[in-house]
Write a protein that binds this ligand. Structure first.
Ligand code: HEM
Length: 453
């Protein structure tokens, strides 16, 4: 029996001779991946360009093999590697030993017990930002959510207030991100050393950001007081095996990484949640009831987080329907068998949260917003990796507890007083899947005060 007979061959649609399925994938990745999985089952194959073979894996057990049991046979997909020019060898982009070491050093900063200390900052930042909201205003709430989460990461990471964080880091970072996405999307990103206009612009933006970050790090090295923000913890971290801490350039890469990974995702989760609530008044009513019962007329406090179970379920259900990280990609670095399929060295595998989270095999009424489904330890009843908004295995989102707490507390601060509705004549809300999945053209909403506080 030949090697090929031993393995199942995945099926897939016939693509164009040269470009394969690049056009369909790029124009609407969510529709393309959903249809592929529906029509071709747990492992479907397609091609991006002339050479890049891809397998879309849509079976929880096989996803677990890729992310956990056989993760050593994979590295992050090339798409993400483009980000290296921005975040260097930070946690998101580094591989193997460097990644493992950095993960060991940083993990303690994201332990549940540590994160509890950030809850008050999350609440204070939200309340102070929301103080500008007025009854009857029409606001781009998707931008508001970005501003709030940027404020929170600035405060928890550097102890900076929102304005300072935005001006010094938010603005140059946004510029870098835009240019990085442009690089990612170009079919052949030109090497950075070529002095093209776009390359120069990108390098200039990274330089500005570098100056800010190195400045902050230097300031801290000269300052002998103990800081309890994330930067303080990262600077004090020592590797158990050799007692070494991080160099300035490692710190810079990690700060940039956490800033990048840590605000846009949660902002999108919050924007989608507000949209879903505006469409589901029953769920919104139950949310208001819980907030009334747990918080009443006082300001929210960190202890409320654990008591807000319906609010948490709203966030889980929102992450199910609109997962900000909608696809995870990996490249095989050796031949590896996944289930009954052979993935060859150089092939890419994709696993899509968006596709899995709407699969009727795992979720009843998959298209409906039903936070109640998460009651009674529902997640434990699901096959592992049918629901994986934060990924899994050694590269699971390091900020998962941070993000959940942040989303719940920000939502509590908003919804205890405000109700939001799409502005009259609003365009149909659709997802725009870039690096993360955001509402296309934003969410313009009318703010109504439902409780006078
Ligand atoms: C709702 C919000 C968030 C979602 C949906 C999310 C999702 C994810 C996912 C799916 C991954 C794994 C990617 C892969 O395996 O290729 C990831 C990794 C990561 N996330 Fe998050 N994330 C969120 C919030 C955050 C926050 C708040 C932070 C930091 C404060 C953060 C920091 C990171 C980092 C550093 C990694 C890389 C971890 C590693 O490779 O070791 N994320 N995130």
């Amino acid at each position: 029996m030949g090697t090929s007979d031993r393995y199942k061959s995945p099926s897939g649609p016939k693509g164009k001779m040269f470009t394969g399925h690049l056009a369909e994938f790029q124009s609407d990745p969510l529709a393309f991946l959903s249809q592929l999985s529906k029509e071709h089952g747990p492992v479907a194959s397609f091609r991006l360009g002339p050479f890049q073979r891809v397998k879309l894996v849509s079976d929880p057990e096989l996803i677990k093999e890729i992310l956990v049991t056989k993760q050593k046979s994979f590295i992050k997909s090339r798409d993400l590697r483009v980000l290296k020019s921005l975040v260097g060898e930070g946690l998101l982009t580094s591989e193997k030993e460097i990644h493992m070491r950095q993960r060991r050093l940083i993990q303690p900063a994201f332990k549940k017990s540590h994160i509890a200390g950030y809850a008050q900052d999350m609440i204070d930042t939200s309340i102070s930002y929301l103080a500008d909201w007025e009854h009857g205003q029409t606001r781009m709430v998707s931008e508001d959510m970005m501003n709030i989460t940027l404020g929170i990461i600035s405060k928890t990471m550097f102890g900076m207030e929102f304005n300072e964080g935005y001006e010094r880091i938010g603005e140059p970072l946004e510029k870098c991100m835009k240019l990085a996405v442009r690089r990612m999307r170009s079919a052949v990103p030109l090497p950075l050393w070529l002095p093209t206009k776009k390359n120069m612009e990108f390098k200039e933006a990274v330089k500005t950001l570098d100056e800010v970050l190195f400045n902050i790090i230097e300031g801290r090295r000269e300052d002998s007081t103990e800081h309890h923000d994330l930067l303080g913890i990262l600077m004090a971290a020592r590797d158990e095996s050799d007692g070494q801490g991080m160099t300035d350039s490692q710190l810079r890469d990690e700060l940039m990484t956490i800033f990048l990974a840590g605000h846009e995702t949660t902002a999108n989760a919050l924007a989608w949640t507000l949209f879903l609530l505006s469409q589901n008044p029953e769920a919104e009513k139950k949310l208001h009831q819980e907030l009334d019962q747990v918080i009443g007329n006082r300001n929210p406090n960190p202890e409320d987080f654990m008591k807000l179970s319906y609010t948490q379920n709203i966030i889980w259900e929102s992450l199910r329907l609109y997962p900000p990280a909608y696809v995870i990609g990996r490249d095989a670095i050796e031949d590896v068998v996944i289930g009954d399929y052979l993935v060859k060295k150089g092939e890419m595998v994709m696993m899509s949260q968006y596709v899995m989270h709407r699969d009727p095999a795992y979720f009843e009424q998959p298209e409906s917003f039903l936070p109640e489904r998460f009651e009674n330890n529902y997640m434990k009843t699901l096959p592992p990796y049918a629901f994986f908004p934060f990924g899994g295995g050694p590269r699971v989102c390091i900020g998962n507890h941070f993000a959940l707490m942040e989303a719940v507390l920000v939502l509590a601060c908003i919804a205890r007083r405000w109700r939001v509705r799409l502005a009259p004549g609003h365009h149909t809300v659709r997802p725009q899947p870039l690096i993360t999945m955001r509402p296309k053209q934003g969410l313009l909403m009318v703010i109504e005060e439902h409780k006078n506080l």
